[in-house]
Design a protein around this ligand. Structure first.
Ligand code: ADP
Length: 153
């Protein structure tokens, strides 16, 4: 069974995240969208809401699950018998950020490979941070988040 973990904050999930997971879905038997609950980033949305929106986004995809975890991503991979960490690359800045993390993760657990997909160009400007900022100031964020998701509910 080929399982990949897609770790992140998903605060909130965006069309960029959705696209990466859907493109990777045919390559794995199972993808676990894993909300890390221990990073230093400030969260805007409750964990329960973030889980609900991810579940709704992938409700028609039987091989995509949502879970939360604390601690190291590689430890969570081991727990879930997952040999892949899936990440999206929007730019060279993402690459610079991801490279040492992937290398350190490999060092911590040689059985886990990081797997990167380059963002489709229409999603490369979308980030949860910008979506939050637009939402905070009353802008329309619906083009940037998965269909059927309402951040006010
Ligand atoms: P983190 O806090 O780990 O950066 P995010 O929720 O921001 O978590 O992102 C999770 C993953 O999704 C990361 O690999 C990130 O690069 C990727 N990602 C975020 N936004 C996009 C996007 N617009 N297109 C493709 N991948 C994206």
């Amino acid at each position: 069974m080929k399982t990949a973990i897609f770790p992140g904050s998903f605060d909130p999930i965006t069309k960029g995240h959705e696209s990466i997971v859907k493109r990777a879905a045919p390559l794995f038997d199972k993808i676990i969208v894993a909300i890390g609950d221990n990073s230093s980033k400030n969260r805007l949305f409750d964990l329960e809401k973030r889980i609900e929106w991810i579940k709704k986004t992938f409700k028609n995809e039987p091989n995509i699950e949502v879970m939360t975890y604390k601690g190291l991503t590689v430890d969570f991979c081991k727990e879930q018998k997952a040999n892949y960490i899936l990440r999206g690359l929007r730019s060279a800045i993402d690459f610079e950020y991801e490279q040492p993390i992937a290398q350190m993760n490999k060092n911590l657990n040689h059985n886990v490979e990081s797997f990167f997909l380059i963002t489709d160009p229409e999603y490369s400007a979308i980030s949860s941070t910008i979506v939050k900022e637009i939402h905070k100031h009353g802008g329309n964020i619906s083009p940037f988040i998965p269909e059927g998701i309402n951040l006010d509910k």
